[in-house]
Write a protein that binds this ligand. Structure first.
Ligand code: BG6
Length: 279
């Protein structure tokens, strides 16, 4: 564990034998960097991100738990991303972070649980696993997401592939349900959609960079696609007005297909594996 020079927050740095690296803040078990073995950053973090807990860091991979978006009684995306985790295991290329809700959080969500976030880097790969265990005596419902912000060279040359024929809930139209007709999702305005029961393999394709990030997911049926575009970007205090051009969120989630019911003593686990493909 080291202290981040800029923010003073605690973080863990991982490195694979091949030189792929990642950085994870204990605040939120938040991945803020994933660099290829050539040193190229794959994730987007806003230049205006605020590193002041309990505020969540804008960019990287916020962990949305035990609630995604507004799918429940908690405030948007739950409280894991606003909470301090502890390190329960670590090696050069992997770390496991744990969190149990504090008393004031249990006043909002009266179901004790343990959440672990495991991150591992390999040769130009990043694997991230969420595991939640119900440590209480009653079942509870959860939704969740790995709210991944990908850095792209330019929004007009980026697209998301793998969603053709998939139904989605449009969060910009009161969650009305539509079917994706296109082979790719392109961006020419705000997009905020929950794709339901998607294929397990999706791609964020960056034509200008000549590569795609491949997202493989297990245990997350859904995938959220988000770009705030001009107006929403201007309204966010921790996001630059022009930064919408540099990012796309593709978020493995259990959202519209959820919730998952977790019985006492039972565990739920889901993961994403990120890798790269040259075009
Ligand atoms: C996305 C949601 O997952 O997260 C959007 O679909 C939301 O509706 C976005 O605006 C960012 O959320 P937040 O809470 O980090 O500003």
């Amino acid at each position: 564990i080291t202290t981040d020079e800029f923010s003073g927050l605690k973080k863990v740095q991982l490195q694979s034998a091949e030189g792929t690296s990642a950085e994870i803040f204990l605040h939120g078990a938040h991945v803020t960097s994933w660099k290829t073995s050539k040193g190229e950053e794959v994730l987007f973090v806003s230049k205006q991100a605020i590193y002041k807990p309990p505020k969540a860091i804008r960019g990287g991979i916020p962990v949305c738990f035990p609630q995604f978006g507004g799918f429940g009684p908690l405030s948007q995306h739950g409280f894991a991303r606003n909470s301090e985790f502890t390190v329960s295991a670590s090696a050069a290329d992997s770390v496991t972070l744990s969190f149990t809700p504090r008393e004031e959080q249990l006043n909002l969500f009266s179901h004790p649980f343990e959440l672990t976030v495991q991150v591992r880097v390999g040769s130009d790969t990043l694997e991230q696993t969420l595991t939640a265990t119900n440590t209480g005596s009653e079942p509870f419902e959860l939704t969740a997401a790995l709210h991944t912000y990908f850095r792209i060279s330019s929004i007009d040359k980026a697209r998301v592939d793998g969603l053709q024929g998939v139904d989605y809930l449009d969060s910009l139209q009161e969650k009305e349900r539509f079917t994706e007709n296109g082979a790719s999702v392109h961006f020419s305005g705000e997009v905020d959609r929950i794709y339901l029961a998607t294929p397990g393999r999706l791609e964020v394709v960056d034509e200008a960079k000549g590569r795609a990030v491949v997202i493989e997911k297990e245990g997350f049926p859904d995938a959220v696609v988000w770009n705030p575009w001009i107006e929403k970007a201007a309204g966010m205090g921790d996001f630059g007005d022009e930064e919408y051009k540099e990012m796309v969120c593709l978020e493995p989630a259990v959202a519209g297909s959820g919730p998952v019911t977790l019985q006492p003593g039972a565990s739920w686990s889901a993961k994403q594996m990120l890798s790269l493909r040259q075009l």
